[in-house]
Design a protein around this ligand. Structure first.
Ligand SMILES: NC(=O)c1ccc[n+]([C@@H]2O[C@H](COP(=O)([O-])OP(=O)(O)OC[C@H]3O[C@@H](n4cnc5c(N)ncnc54)[C@H](O)[C@@H]3O)[C@@H](O)[C@H]2O)c1
Length: 271
């Protein structure tokens, strides 16, 4: 049998307590990686660790807010001392947000940028030295289909996910002189996780109605399938990893229609 890319590696997954992150953890462990599961929610991180252990995999759960620079420096030092290195870093932690420019305050933009873009930056800075030392290092950042196109109603989230895309592409270019390391940016369309129910929201926005709409109309891909595509893309060192037909559509339409993609998308969605 072909040896998995991940066999014998050490992988850090942020936001591993649920959704896509949990499936990434399980599949990484199945592929032979030792996993470090970082989540702000102790109970959820523990559940993922137990799930990995039940399938015979190796996992350590670490409770940390990945936007906290000091805490993440501690976590990186702890991992260094206990495990000695990191090969794969998946910056998956993030929060959805409901609200456009009109209803969002500058403080909402700050909070959403921090929860998504900030999380990827802080975690990357903490683990980059370790990944650079790996023989086959990988960094993957979770953007979104909202990192490919901007539609109304989610400007702070869209801006944060576009920022993750710019950060990833810049880092990839910066690391050209490190052929042992590849950087991927992941663009999922709607995935069936609990993300809609822990979303941040602008004042006055009905978050429950928005979450119900998300589950009904947006979430299409199973997290198991999303994790499979992500791990395959990371192993191959792909710079862009698209998840689901909706992300594929967003990417294609943005390329074909250029500045007029919004009209084309509205036409397609209306049927
Ligand atoms: N689900 C989707 O439809 C979808 C679509 C596009 C992009 N994404 C992105 O994929 C990533 C994972 O999404 P998901 O749907 O699995 O989300 P989820 O809400 O199901 O799980 C996210 C996990 O991250 C943890 N987390 C959040 N902020 C954290 C922080 N600051 N520090 C530590 N842990 C934190 C949460 O506790 C939770 O366990 C996110 O970045 C999200 O923006 C998701």
């Amino acid at each position: 049998m072909k040896r998995s890319f991940y066999a014998g590696s050490t992988a850090v997954v942020t936001g591993a307590g649920g959704g896509i992150g949990r499936q990434l953890a399980v599949q990484l462990a199945e592929a032979g990686a030792a996993t470090i599961l970082v989540d702000v929610d102790a109970e959820k991180a523990g559940e993922t660790r137990d799930l990995v252990a039940r399938t015979g995999g190796k996992a350590v759960a670490v409770v940390a807010d990945v936007t906290d620079v000091g805490r993440m420096a501690e976590v990186a030092a702890e991992v260094e001392a206990r495990v000695g290195g990191v090969d794969v870093l998946i910056n998956n932690a993030g929060r959805l947000y409901y609200g456009g420019v009109v209803e969002s305050e500058p403080s909402d933009f700050d909070a959403v940028m921090r929860a998504n873009f900030g999380a990827a930056v802080v975690s990357t800075k903490a683990f980059l030295p370790a990944v650079l030392r790996s023989k086959q290092g990988r960094i993957a950042n979770l953007s979104s289909a909202y990192g490919l196109i901007g539609l109304g109603g989610a400007a702070p989230y869209t801006a944060a996910k576009f920022a993750i895309r710019g950060f990833s592409e810049s880092l990839r270019s910066e690391l050209r002189s490190h052929p042992n390391v590849a950087v991927s940016c992941v663009y999922p369309g709607g995935v069936k996780t609990g993300i809609a129910w822990s979303a941040l929201a602008a004042a006055g926005v009905d978050a429950t109605a928005a979450a119900e709409r998300f589950d009904r109309q947006v979430a299409r891909t199973e997290p198991v399938q999303a994790a499979r595509v992500i791990l395959r893309g990371i192993a191959h060192g792909h710079s862009r990893i698209l998840i689901g037909p909706d992300a594929l559509l967003a990417d294609t339409v943005a390329r074909i229609a250029g500045g007029r993609y919004e009209q084309l998308i509205r036409l397609i969605v209306r049927g």
